[in-house]
Structures are given as structure tokens and as C-alpha cells.
Design a protein around this ligand. Structure first.
Ligand code: 6R9
Length: 571
């Protein structure tokens, strides 16, 4: 990389602090910031909300600013405490118990957050689902988790195949509905009657808190299981990396259906008692700049795909808004293009700080702190208490500048504790004491990490992880499709787009209409972000002798690259 490093600025801590911490730090130190270190009573919902609501100086501080085209609302820590207590009482009344899975399938709204903390307060495990999921995606997740309750809206209910989900006992409906069923619970009616007082279910730090489903290269999406202990790292990175201060107005753009939207859209800001902006509605460059301007956002966490859209919108759009309150910007989800960092320096007069982590890691691991020189294109360095390395396939460390598996020494606080009902899959992540991420990278002589790509077939489209198998499975459900192979194809704005290669069943002829029909089939059956932007009809799909689709070969053909070893290709 021939770009000059961008010099450090000030933050909560200086470089010596971090260097010191890297040498001599234990996560125990962070525990002092939680009330459970004194009381022994643990629950992340208490630390994030109630603790501030019980503090006379913070009780009436705005916790949540909700802003959507059709609704503006503010909730204080005390209001959020009361509402989540009410919902916890509703859950108790409906028989939800500690360890039960309660899923949320609804757009971002103030109700979402009251429900989320209510779930934690009864000791249940929250499973947030992205609102754009269609029936198949919803079914797979509710089936695998054996969720006993779902919270959704009447509008989204048609995507929930509840008669085919034997474990799903109750559906809480947030909104007006007419059809009566003893399965349905009327959110607003029950909340009206519920008490604002609730005795929190105290849990163990190792008790379940969250299930986030994510895609791998094979099989259905898997449930990544996180425990209350993760709050330690959410808090620490909220200080070290997000640089949160008492008076910040913080905005994380991620939906809580993805891990960034919970770890950093919920826990990090509220564990620090900071005002958190939640924006509903669709993305447009104007509406995003308007949110930064109108809410006087000071700290902003977003993603390369969004930044790239802002770059394409041009300088004229930025300059219409007053972004002078903004002091710190971070990014996650995909490689952050050096050009975007340069643009940020120009547009915001600020550096964009890249951070690297995954659903499985629960919190940031490799980052650019405010006080560190940024090398554009690098993800930065591991946080204190985390050991990162590049390893070979046997888990042996490789020297600097050599490409290999990006790996983390097992045992950081927010590490996933299981893959739901799939211990074999969980074990497969760990080699020789290392968590192996599936990303390839190298580390330079100075300890900066540089992302190279995925080592598996997982697709990253606009920062969203899509498993090719899930899309292929949906494609072949279409009556015209015989076989399907799905790859990620590089795209300047979206990072990658999904491209599908299909063969047709006897009696079907390739046409634009048919291809569009197949695309719509995936879009309405699975989800919009998983629908292939490009579909190419082929005579055959390359497969190994054992019948596995050779996605790598499809990709090489698509990109005009050498095809490598094809010895396992079927005749
Ligand atoms: C938090 C989140 C994880 C995958 C990860 C990697 C990619 C994330 C990145 C990055 C390059 C970064 N990724 N951060 N690639 N630079 N700073 O995104 O979780 O949805 O599980 O995705 O995203 O490939 O393995 P998740």
C-alpha cells in the first residue's frame, strides 16, 4: 500500500495506555465497571438500562432517540426500564422461562428495544431476525432454535409459517389485528395492563443471552450462541474503540437482526449510558446526512457499503448538511476501501476507523483506535487482551507478510459459546487453540493486519453474509431449475453481488422472463438481499466426482482466472 498513514488524533486513551495494556492487562480489570462485580447479581439488561435509571443523575437522560420518516420519539433510561419491565411481566404471564428462545421479527422501533430487554430480564435468549426475511429464512431459524415465542407485527405475520412450527406456542403482535387465535398476544393491550415493577431474573455470566443466525459455506444458517459475559467486551470496546463519552450522541446504522446491531447498536452505547440514535426507514444519502445533522450525532458506526453510496452521491449532497457535531467515525462488515478513507477526510474532516470482527466473535477484535496512525486498507491491530495471528491450516503461526488464516487465540470474553445444537460445527472453528476465522489476511512487520478475502464460499454482499447453499437450495425449489451454483462476483459498490448459474429442467427454455421469475422466487421466498442479481443459464454445472458443486471453478470462469486443479471434476 503506497498511501501514507493518517496520523493519530486524541481519544479516551493514548498510545502508551494501549501499549501498556497489551503487555499487562487482564479482563478482570474491566469487570470493576459493572455493578455485578459488587453485588454478584448479573443481567446485561440491568447493566445497560436499569442501572442508569436508578441513578438520579441519569434517570431522565434520553437513552433512545427514535427517528423514522413517520415517527419521532424519545425514551429516557427510566422509561426504557419501565417498558422493558412491563414486557418482562407479559413474558412471565405467558409462561416464558429462563433459557427459552424468544425471537423478534419486526422493524426497528421503540417497542423492539422494550421487548429485547424484557426478554433478557426474564433470563430468556433473544433471537433478532432481520425484517426483510421471507418465509423460508424465518422458518429455518425458528425451527432450528425451537423458539417458543415470536414477537412480530401483523404485517409480517404472513411470512411466519406458524402452523408448521410445533414449538412456537405464542406470537406477540405489535399492532392492530382482527383475526383471533389463542396463539396471539396483543402487545399494546397486555402492556397497558402490565406492572412497571419487575424482579429481574439474575443469571450467570455464562448463561445464554442471544442467538444470531449466520451463514457458512455449507448447510443452513447456524445459530451463534452468545452469553451475558459478552458485555465485558462490549463495554471495553465502547471505551477503547468507540471512544464513548458521557455526552455523546451515538448512531450505529446496523439493524439488530445482524450482530453489529446488537453488540454496538444496543450494548456498547447503553452499557456506557450514552444517548443512542435509532433510525427507521430506508437508506438514502440525504436521509442519512439529515440524521447526522438533525440529531447532532457525535459518534457514528457504519459500513463500507453505506460509505460507498455516500461517496457516489457526491460532494454537493454532503455540503448541504451541518455535520460539525461529528467527532468519530467507524466502519465494519467489509474491507474499507482506502479511497473511502480519503473521501472521509475530505467530506467530514475525519478519519474513518476500520474495525474487524464477526458474528461468532461477538465484539471487535482488530481495530483502529482513535489515537493510532491509520494505514488505509488495514483493519488495524488487535485490542488489548486479544491475541491475533496468521496461521497455516494446522494452526502454526506464520511470519509477518505471509498470507494465511486470520486466527484469534481462544478465550476472549465475547466469544460465541456454542453453535446451537451443533457441537461438531462449533469444534470445527478451533485448531490448535486458535479460533480460525475463515478470512485470509497477513500481518505486516509493525503488527497491522490486512484483509485479503474469504477462504470459504461465503458471500459478502453490501456487508451482509450470505451462504451460497441457502440460495442454491431455494433456487432448485423453483420448478424450472434443475441445478444451481452460486458465487459472489466483485462489485464496486456492493463489494460482491450474488451470481447464480443454473441448469433448467426438461421442458423449460431460457428467457428473460423466466430468469426474472426465478429471481423473484428467491426474493419473495428467502429475502431480497439473498436474491441473485445475475442469473446465467448453463447446459451443465461443474461438479466434483462426489457431486459437490465446484463454486470455485464457476468463479474462475466468471472472472477469467486460471482454473487451477480440476482433477476432481466429474467427467
Ligand atoms: C461484524 C460482522 C463477518 C465477516 C468477516 C469478514 C467480513 C467484517 C471486516 C470484514 C474486511 C473488515 N468483515 N469486518 N472484512 N474488513 N473490517 O460483519 O459480522 O456479518 O458475521 O461478517 O465480514 O469476511 O469474516 P458478520
Amino acid at each position: 500500500m503506497d498511501m501514507q498513514p493518517i496520523p493519530a488524533r486524541e481519544g479516551n486513551h493514548n498510545l502508551q495506555d494501549y501499549q501498556q495494556k497489551r503487555k499487562n492487562f487482564h479482563w478482570e480489570e474491566v469487570k470493576e465497571n459493572f455493578s455485578w462485580s459488587k453485588t454478584g447479581k448479573v443481567n446485561a439488561a440491568y447493566e445497560a438500562i436499569d442501572r442508569h435509571a436508578e441513578d438520579p443523575a441519569k434517570k431522565d437522560k434520553v437513552a433512545l432517540i427514535y427517528s423514522a420518516p413517520d415517527r419521532e420519539e424519545k425514551l429516557t433510561f427510566n422509561q426504557l426500564k419501565n417498558q422493558s419491565n412491563q414486557f418482562a411481566n407479559v413474558l412471565n404471564k405467558e409462561g416464558v422461562q429462563k433459557g427459552d428462545r424468544v425471537f423478534l421479527f419486526m422493524p426497528r422501533s421503540p417497542e423492539f428495544y422494550a421487548c429485547f430487554f424484557g426478554i433478557l430480564k426474564v433470563g430468556a435468549i433473544a433471537g433478532p431476525l432481520f425484517e426483510a426475511f421471507m418465509e423460508q429464512a424465518v422458518r429455518d431459524r425458528l425451527e432450528d432454535s425451537e423458539a417458543s415465542m415470536l414477537i412480530t407485527t401483523p404485517e409480517l405475520l404472513e411470512r411466519v409459517p406458524h402452523n408448521e412450527l410445533p414449538n412456537l406456542e405464542k406470537i406477540v403482535l405489535v399492532g392492530d389485528f382482527t383475526e383471533a387465535s389463542n396463539k396471539y398476544v396483543d402487545y399494546f393491550k397486555e402492556m397497558d395492563q402490565a406492572s412497571e415493577a419487575f424482579d429481574i431474573e439474575w443469571v450467570d455470566l455464562e448463561d445464554g443471552m442471544l442467538l444470531h443466525y449466520t451463514s457458512g459455506s455449507t448447510g443452513k444458517p447456524k445459530g451463534v450462541y452468545h452469553v451475558h459475559n459478552a458485555m465485558i467486551q462490549h463495554y471495553a470496546t465502547g471505551d477503547w474503540v468507540i471512544d464513548l463519552k458521557e455526552d455523546d450522541i451515538y448512531w450505529c446504522t446496523a439493524d439488530p437482526g445482524w450482530v453489529t446491531g446488537t453488540s454496538y447498536g444496543i450494548f456498547a452505547p447503553w452499557l456506557h449510558g450514552v444517548t443512542n440514535v435509532i433510525r427507521g426507514g430506508r437508506f438514502t444519502p440525504d436521509s442519512w446526512y439529515e440524521t447526522l445533522d438533525k440529531q447532532n450525532v457525535t459518534v457514528w458506526y457504519s459500513a463500507p457499503t453505506a460509505f460507498r453510496k455516500l461517496v457516489s452521491a457526491g460532494a454537493d449532497v454532503v455540503h448541504k448538511y451541518d455535520l460539525s457535531s461529528l467527532r468519530h467515525v467507524m466502519s465494519v462488515g467489509e474491507p474499507l476501501n482506502p479511497e473511502v478513507i480519503t473521501w472521509g477526510v475530505d467530506a467530514f474532516k475525519l478519519r474513518i476507523h476500520d474495525t474487524w470482527w464477526m458474528t461468532e466473535t461477538g465484539a471487535m477484535l482488530i481495530v483502529n483506535y482513535p489515537c493510532m496512525d491509520i494505514r488505509p486498507g488495514s483493519m488495524g491491530k488487535p485490542i488489548p487482551g486479544v491475541e491475533a495471528a496468521i496461521v497455516d491450516n494446522e494452526g502454526n503461526e506464520l511470519p509477518p507478510n505471509q498470507m494465511g488464516n486470520l486466527a484469534i487465540k481462544k478465550g476472549w470474553p465475547s466469544m460465541m459459546r456454542a453453535i446451537w445444537k451443533n457441537p461438531g460445527k462449533y469444534e470445527s472453528y478451533f485448531i490448535n487453540g486458535w479460533y480460525v476465522s475463515g478470512d485470509s489476511a497477513y500481518m505486516d512487520e509493525d503488527g497491522y493486519f490486512w484483509f485479503q478475502g474469504r477462504l470459504d464460499d461465503v458471500i459478502n454482499t453490501s456487508g451482509e453474509r450470505v451462504g451460497p447453499f441457502e440460495v442454491e437450495s431455494k433456487l432448485i425449489e423453483h420448478p424450472a431449475v434443475a441445478e444451481a451454483g452460486v458465487i459472489g462476483k466483485p462489485d464496486p459498490e456492493r463489494g460482491e453481488i450474488i451470481k447464480a448459474f443454473i441448469t433448467l429442467n426438461e421442458g423449460y427454455k431460457a428467457s428473460d422472463e423466466l430468469v426474472e421469475d426465478i429471481r423473484q422466487f428467491v426474493k419473495t421466498g428467502l429475502s431480497a438481499h439473498a436474491a441473485p442479481r445475475e442469473i446465467e443459464v448453463k447446459e451443465t454445472i461443474p461438479k466434483t466426482r462426489s457431486g459437490k458443486i465446484m463454486r470455485r471453478l464457476l468463479k474462475s470462469w466468471e472472472l477469467g482466472l486460471p482454473t487451477g486443479d480440476t482433477s476432481t471434476l466429474e467427467e
